[in-house]
Design a protein around this ligand. Sequence first.
Ligand code: DTR
Ligand code: ZN
Ligand code: ZN
Length: 316
Amino acid sequence: MKLSVSGRATAAAAVAAVTLLAGGSIADAAPASRTPVAAAPDLPVANIKAHLTQLQSIATANGGNRAHGRAGYKASLDYVKARLDAAGFTTTVQQFTSSGRTGYNLIADWPGGDTNQVIMAGSHLDGVSAGPGINDNGSGSAAVLETALAVSRAGYHPAKHLRFAWWGAEELGMVGSRYYVRNLSSANRAKIKGYLNFDMIGSPNPGYFVYDDDPAIEKTFKDYFTGLGIATEPETEGDGRSDHASFKNVGIPVGGLFSGADYLKTAAQAAKWGGTAGRAFDRCYHSSCDTTANINDTALDRNGDAVAHAVWQLSS
Ligand code: DTR
Ligand code: ZN
Ligand code: ZN
C-alpha cells in the first residue's frame, strides 16, 4: 500500500515506538537522516568554567550549598533558566515535593525538529548540603547548559527534537527525574529516543568512563574519545545511582559519561589517563571541598566536547 508522506512518517514513528517499547536501541529508531552530520562546535572550557563560577557564587551566598529545598538550589535553577530563556529555548519549571520541601526540575526545549523523535541530555543540578557541589554535579549541569547555548549560537536545527533537563533532588534518590518520567504519558515516553546523563564529568583525578547501556549511544561516545586517542572504560559503579536510571527503568535508551567519584584510581588507570594511583578520582565527593578548585580542566573540556558531539550526532 503506497503511504502518503505523512503516513510514512507516522508509520516510521509507530515502528520506532514499538521498537523502543520492546526495549530496542536508539539505533532501531527511525532511519538516520541522509544528510551528513554537521560537526559539533568545540565548547570553550572557559564558558563551562564560568557557569561553575556562577554556581560557586550562588552556593557561597546561600549557606554554602545548592541542596534540594534550599535557596541555593532555586538560585542555581534561576541562573540556568535565565541563560536558556535569553538563548531562545522554551523552558518549563516542574515543581514537586520531597522530604517536605519543594523541588524543581528545569526542562528546556529547542524549538523545531520532529517532536516524535526527542533526544534528551540532562544532569542533576542539586548538590549535597555539605558543600557547593561543583563537580557533583555542577560539572554536568554546566556542560549541558553550554551545549544548549552552543545549539542556539550555531542556529542548529537537527532532524530530531532537542530537549535539555536539569533535575532536582537527585541526591535524595533521583527524585526529580523519576517525577518527570512518571508524569509522562506512555506516548510521550515513546517519543524519547535517547536520554544522555552527565553526572560528575570534571573530577580532579579523572577517569574516562562511558555508560555501557544503549550500544549506539555508547559507541557515539567511545568513537569520540578514540578520535582523541583516549582509552575509555565501561562505567559500572553508577548503575541505578543517577538520573539515567529513571529513564532506563521505563525502557528508554540511555547513555552518558562519568569521570569518577570516591573509588581509587588504579596504577593501570593512572598509566593510561595520568593522575595519581591509589587516590580517589574525586576525594571531595559529597564534601565541603567540592568547590571550583575541585575540577580538572582537561577532563571538563574533553567531556564537555563529548556532550556536544553526542547531541549533534544523535539528533541528526
Ligand atoms: N554522582 C553521584 C552518583 C554516582 C556515583 N557513581 C556514579 C557513577 C555514574 C553516575 C553517577 C554516579 C551522586 O550524585 O551522588
Ligand atoms: Zn552526589
Ligand atoms: Zn551526582
